[in-house]
Design a protein around this ligand. Structure first.
Ligand code: SF4
Ligand code: SF4
Ligand code: SF4
Length: 321
């Protein structure tokens, strides 16, 4: 099959996915089918992965893609993490597999989860600053670390969660002429020798997939890209800015705790906060809490102050006209 035909199929898939997502958006908005948000998210995620694969095929656009992700975060918070990121989709699919295999998910203890949240700043410093530091130090300090340096390496690290499972450049694993990859695989190949990279990639793939069977969005707790996007929303000047945000009506909350239980990164603020705008940088804007909150209008998604979606009382059968 020629590349042109493959490209056309990819484009059609993206358009079909987005068209379906568009129809669901209208239905959710007009008919308040809030309990269908997961379907909408899945469509958007699949269409986005196909679109990103297409962008990766023409490497020239990668920097613009990363820029677009960061600019989007200014307006939509971590919408990218909840709805677009390919690695996020892979982990969500593993979570679905968990349901089929009837494996119970584990909640990390809140204290550990909070500590991991703090640790993420150390991780981001390592991933983004270390290459520059190591590149200017003498060889005796950490010779192998010199390989961390390289033009735009931090940028590629930030792009890693977007890395498709099939890539256009040479990879360590080639099946039938197709270059197989995985998020961060290209980076590990860059930093390590071939054999070490193969071991490191196998461990990373195994660890993230197995861990995702038990802990939802496992890697999102460590991911440098997610952390960078979270940092944008942590700055006071940006914190109150995103016109797309969650809102809680305090008087409608019965403290049932469902929002806390269903939240993939275990955000506790929606449950704990008395009411008003939810501004935590841990929130992926996946809207699972809005979908599952069983009290009408308790949780809302607002865009520029206007409610576009709100939780509905799904405990009672929907009223018919
Ligand atoms: S935190 Fe990282 S891996 Fe998780 S969804 Fe965001 S960018 Fe993707
Ligand atoms: S699910 Fe809704 S009602 Fe229950 S604790 Fe969360 S916000 Fe309150
Ligand atoms: S708080 Fe709600 S929207 Fe944010 S990550 Fe948790 S479930 Fe998703």
């Amino acid at each position: 099959m020629s590349l042109v035909i493959v490209g056309e199929i990819l484009k059609l898939t993206v358009f079909a996915g987005l068209a379906l997502a568009g129809m669901l958006v209208i239905l959710i908005w007009k008919k308040n089918l809030t309990t269908k948000i997961s379907y909408l998210r899945l469509w958007v995620q699949v269409a986005s992965v196909v679109g990103i694969f297409y962008i990766f095929a023409s490497l020239n656009w990668l920097l613009y893609l990363l820029l677009a992700v960061f600019v989007m975060s200014l307006f939509l918070g971590r919408f990218f993490c909840g709805w677009i990121c390919p690695f996020g989709l892979y982990m969500d699919l593993v979570t679905q597999l968990r349901k089929v295999l009837k494996i119970r998910y584990r909640k990390l203890p809140d204290r550990l989860n909070r500590s991991l949240n703090k640790l993420r700043y150390g991780i981001i410093v390592f991933f983004l600053i270390a290459p520059f530091i190591f590149s200017s130090t003498s060889n005796w300090l950490l010779p192998s670390a010199l390989s961390l340096a390289g033009p735009f390496r931090p940028i590629l690290v930030l792009l890693s969660p977007l890395e498709p499972l099939i890539i256009p450049w040479k990879s360590l694993i080639v099946l039938q002429g197709i270059n197989i990859s995985y998020p961060y695989a290209s980076d590990l190949t860059f930093y390590l020798t071939e054999n070490l990279a193969l071991i490191a990639i196998s461990v990373f793939v195994g660890l993230t997939l197995v861990a995702s069977l038990f802990v939802r969005r496992f890697w999102c707790r460590f991911c440098p890209t997610g952390i960078s996007l979270a940092i944008i929303n942590r700055f006071k000047v940006f914190k109150w800015f995103p016109p797309f945000h969650l809102y809680k009506e305090e008087e409608k909350c019965t403290k049932c705790g469902i929002c806390e239980r269903v939240c993939p990164p275990q955000v506790t603020e929606v449950y704990e906060q008395k009411g008003g705008k939810i501004t935590t940088s841990m929130c992926l804007m996946c809207l699972r809490c809005v979908e599952m909150c069983p009290y009408e209008g308790c949780l809302k998604v607002k865009v520029a102050g206007k409610t576009v979606i709100e939780s509905r009382n799904w405990l009672e059968p929907a009223k018919t006209d």
